[in-house]
Ligand binder design. Structure first.
Ligand SMILES: Nc1nc2c(ncn2[C@@H]2O[C@H](COP(=O)(O)OP(=O)(O)O)[C@@H](O)[C@H]2O)c(=O)[nH]1
Ligand SMILES: [Mg+2]
Length: 363
């Protein structure tokens, strides 16, 4: 508890220690999370996702510098589900983020996969909670676009940036369509590279596919185009009171810091929109709901296994392997069966239990 209190007081060393506790799911970590929970809910969580090499880390770096100039405290969580160790890419990020190091208003945390991707998403959520309680107003979560994992992690965020770059190949089109659905802002980075026009064009048409109803809409009788016309210029609908957010498209050159101010402007506008429309509360509720569900699931599983005889579980498992018991029958037996009693002594109604006595289906 002392650790949590010093975190609230702004002690960096305690923060680093607590993050480790929380990542390792220690008892001290979870007690601290309980204590800190009342202090959360203030930060703007920004997810940054996209294929490797599109420039996510460079963008996060630039955005952090921008937010620092605005006097905001910034936390960066770099998540790499593909890396089992804190190695390669994450180390590179540390080096890249060196212009931020030494700034007490910035805290960078790298996370690599330990065990399941679900576990990583959960650990990330906890780390974000600690930063939120510690008073970081902006929390950027960088994830590698690799499938379900980054979608899960993006669900944490209030604002999701999907980063694309020209020349990344067309083989990922299918993934893109799915990723675009979670995008609030699409960043077309590496605008200094050839192919930027066609990359942007492809993205626009894909966006229209992903959001067919959002192409145009009428506002006070005026036909308003989605703000995708040119990078940075398209905030037409933001001037209206439209309750709908159209994904914005922004060109950037992260390595030169170009387009960053505009991008930060879009992020700020998205936050305003979330509050104005009530979506902020909706997202918060959905996030807390899924956090609660996940915690409940894992608690129920733990409780279930605590009360289950190992031998009985294996006995049931064997019957499933032998195909004398279906998985759903097995669940019934496990939930309602008496762990002390063998499956074969179950009441008549459990016909499948008897079928376990059928000979010869085990290899
Ligand atoms: N030409 C160009 N290179 C960039 C730009 N942004 C990032 N890069 C380079 O692209 C590479 C990958 O960038 P990084 O930020 O690590 O991408 P990440 O894997 O998405 O995090 C690095 O060598 C960057 O220097 C850009 O706007 N233009
Ligand atoms: Mg990176």
């Amino acid at each position: 508890m002392d650790l949590a209190k010093s975190v609230l007081e702004g002690d960096r060393l305690s923060l680093a220690r607590l993050l480790t506790q929380v990542e390792n799911k220690t008892t001290e970590g979870s007690t601290a999370l309980d204590f800190l929970f009342a202090h959360t809910g203030r930060a703007h969580l920004i997810g940054v996702t996209g294929a490797p090499g599109t420039g996510k880390s460079s963008l996060v770096n630039q955005l952090a510098l921008h937010f620092r100039r605005e006097g905001k405290r910034v936390a960066i969580v770099a998540v790499d589900p593909s890396s089992p160790f804190t190695g390669g890419a994450v180390l590179g990020d540390r080096v890249r983020m060196k212009d931020l190091s030494g700034d007490p208003g910035v805290f960078i945390r790298s996370m690599a996969s330990r065990g399941s991707i679900g576990g990583l998403a959960q650990a990330t959520a906890s780390v974000v909670q600690v930063f939120d309680a510690a008073g970081y107003e902006i929390i950027m979560i960088e994830t590698v676009g690799a499938g379900q994992s980054e979608v899960d992690i993006a669900k944490l965020a209030h604002t999701t940036l999907v980063v694309e770059a020209p020349g990344m190949g067309d083989d990922i089109q299918a993934i893109k369509a799915g990723i675009l659905e979670i995008a609030d802002i699409i960043v077309v980075n590496k605008a200094d590279r050839p192919g930027i026009e066609s990359a942007e064009k492809a993205l626009k048409s894909m966006l229209e596919l992903a959001h067919p109803t959002r192409r145009v809409f009428r506002h006070h009788g005026d036909l308003i185009q989605t703000p995708l016309s040119k990078s940075g210029e398209g905030d037409g609908m933001m001037k209206s009171e439209s309750p709908i957010w159209f994904p914005l498209l922004q060109r950037t050159i992260a390595v030169e810091g170009k387009g960053i101010t505009e991008l930060a402007g879009h992020i700020a506008r998205h936050k305003e929109y979330l509050h104005r429309s009530g979506d902020w509360a909706v997202r918060e509720q959905a996030r807390l709901r899924s956090e609660l569900d996940a915690a409940l699931q894992s608690a129920l599983m733990d409780q279930f296994h605590d009360h289950l005889s190992e031998a009985y579980f294996h006995q049931i498992m064997d019957q499933v392997f032998a195909r004398t018991l279906s998985p759903s029958e097995a669940v019934k037996a496990l939930l309602h069966g008496n762990p002390a009693a063998p499956a074969s002594s179950k009441p008549e109604s459990h016909e499948s239990s008897h079928s376990a006595e059928k000979p010869g289906r085990i290899k």
